[in-house]
Design a protein around this ligand. Structure first.
Ligand code: HSE
Length: 308
């Protein structure tokens, strides 16, 4: 195989109670990428359609992730790689734009080379893209992009990822008000120390959410989707966040919170019809105050990156 075309999915990180550790993979939002072997050595980004992002390999998250993989192999063959990126996920939207590019490219090169690396190892390379994008090698977007479904980052050193089951029939509605929030900025407003009493509530929710996924318990899943620690700070950056959340819950959503570092807001619903009702209810909020937005209704993607 000399060329591969892939779908690199958007992801929701944190999921209210799991800051920096929990994430899930989406199905209806994602980038496409074509990666091919080229006679010229090295990694060259030949095309980026949809967004104005750097073509220089060492300034692009996909380029940096690809180089991390090839470095590990001490790659010295008579060929290199060309990358074409068709971006649908806006950078700074909170649904893992950089993670999709970084995870997508390492997945694709691994396929072209006959899979020398495991999925876990690919996450290590993709994290280098995240380091370039936001200053921290976070794994909670790249892990679900590569594994699919819900994932838990058990530890980053050594990297350990736990694949979690997905509630059957679960849908997400994601609303993206058209403002950009850089992950780095959104991280810089968070406190470095937190109240023990808040931490207790948060880790109780994280534990119960994981239990809910294992037991397919929608009520417990819903009750666990509260963020006592990060949302109070970050929600101030998002127009009418409280109203969106209120409308989502009124329309039957199981929960609602900030997707990753925002400004996108995720909601989960038991089925597609409720996800559609939620979509109407939360759109109203931004229509009223004239905030342009995009909205998506999507299943949970249990496969992760897909070969097209
Ligand atoms: N866990 C990261 C954060 C995800 O919330 O900063 C960034 O998308």
């Amino acid at each position: 195989m000399d060329e591969i075309k892939i779908f690199a999915p958007a992801t929701v990180a944190n999921i209210s109670c799991g800051f920096d550790v929990l994430g899930c993979c989406l199905d209806a939002i994602g980038d496409e990428m074509i990666i091919r072997k080229s006679p010229a050595k090295g990694v060259k980004i030949t095309k980026i359609i949809g967004e104005n992002l750097p073509l220089e390999t060492d300034k692009n998250v996909a380029g940096v992730a690809a180089l991390a993989l090839l470095d590990k192999l001490n790659f010295n063959e008579n060929f290199g790689f060309e990358i074409e990126i068709y971006k649908n996920i806006k950078p700074g939207s909170g649904v893992g734009s950089s993670a999709a590019s970084a995870a997508g490219v390492v997945f694709a090169i691994n396929e072209l080379l006959g899979k020398p690396f495991t999925k876990l190892e690919l996450i290590e390379f993709a994290r280098e893209g995240e380091r370039l994008a936001c200053g921290s090698p976070i794994a909670d977007n790249v892990a679900p992009a590569i594994f699919g479904g819900f994932t838990l980052v058990k530890s980053t050193n050594p990297l350990k990822i736990i694949e979690l089951p997905t509630l059957k029939g679960l849908y997400a509605t994601i609303i993206h008000p058209q403002i950009e929030i850089k992950t780095e900025d959104s991280r810089s407003i968070l406190p470095s120390k937190i109240e023990l009493s808040e931490a207790v509530k948060q880790w109780a929710n994280l534990g119960s959410l994981v239990h809910a996924l294992h037991t397919n318990d929608y009520n417990l899943f819903s009750e666990s989707l509260t963020d006592y620690i990060v949302e109070p700070y970050r929600s101030k950056l998002i127009p009418d966040f409280d109203k969106v959340k209120n409308n989502a819950l009124q329309a039957g959503a199981l929960g609602c919170g900030i997707s990753g570092s925002g400004p996108s807001i995720f909601t989960f619903s038991k089925d597609k019809q409720i996800a559609k009702n939620v979509s109407v209810a939360i759109s109203e909020v931004y229509k009223k105050i004239d905030v342009p937005f995009h909205i998506y209704i999507t299943k949970i993607n249990t496969q992760g990156i897909k070969i097209l």
